[in-house]
Design a protein around this ligand. Sequence first.
Ligand code: GAF
Length: 387
Amino acid sequence: MTLAQAIAEEFRRQFGHEPLQVRAPGRINLIGEHTDYNAGFVLPAAIDREMVFAVALNNEGTYRLRSYDLKESVTATPETVQRSEKVQWANYLLGVVAQFQKRGIQVPGFDCVFGGNVPIGAGLSSSAAVECGLAFALDHLLKTGIDRMELALMAQKAEHEFALVMCGIMDQFASMFGQDGHVVRLDCRSLEYEYYPFDAEGVRVVLCNSGVKHSLASSEYNVRRQECEQGVTVLQAHYPNIQTLRDATLEQVHAHQQELGPVVYRRCVYVVEENARVEAACQALVAGNLTEVGRLMYASHTGLRDQYEVSCKELDVLVEASRGVAGVYGSRMMGGGFGGCTINLVQAEHADAFEQHMKEAYQRQLNLELECYQTRIVAGAGLINNS
Ligand code: GAF
């Protein structure tokens, strides 16, 4: 039985009627970390780790929500949609319902079972996948005709208001706009995007899950955002055209190092350099130069570790252990940081040996077990056709 079938079964058992089924994937990000909320550039893709939904309207006037993986249920009504302190998973769903309501769309009672295989807390955006899956399903059921970009923005708002993480748009965008065999460069200011073919035959994206759950992630994430805003405030006083760090040059940042102070200065340098690395990586992809993409990935990791300070010992060990291994182009921590996965670009024929090497290195150096996933790049959220 597939995951989708199992979730449909559970839906019928719980609610006794037939659901609509939707899938929404997690994501990787080749390069461009912590640039999205600075209105910069990112290069993500949707992956074959996804959240699956079974959803249908009911005549009960209530929202009956069930997590297939946790075997927990939550009920709410249109009048009681609010953030829960106790049940974190329900926030991702109710946060989305709230966004429809805020747009003046009445969301009548519905039943929902969801579950999936995006590892939680691994930096693969399981929460964005949950938000996007329900946004997509409700849009379909209610025939609201809201476009994908708007749905992604609503999902992001759900994260801000119900999970209290002030995330950028990358994760929800990737879950909605992924395309089979392509990474997608997003300009997080204009929301224009461009797909870049990714050689799925020759190259594997191998994720190494440090197993460290990012407990610092949401608080430190919000602090990084504030530090970037502080940087903009300082720079804006000298260069009024700087709206976000995306507009700043390295020269401008260097020129005001004293005024920025050591921490904010480092954050600013990182963001400006990382934006430039995304542009360079796109050019290298077009030229088929994966060696250069890999070099940029390693440079990105160094910046995240030393300047942005969102890495951790385990991630650093994994990145270092990848260096010089046969077939490896590049490696870096991925996502918000403080745990989760490293993303590794590896020649397909070396991918299995690479995994083995990494597992041994992690065991030897930290006495920890390593889980690895070789991921495929797939399409973004969509209906599941069960026929
Ligand atoms: C998390 C956020 F949700 C994204 O918006 C992005 O900022 C990322 O961290 C860091 O690049 O995944």
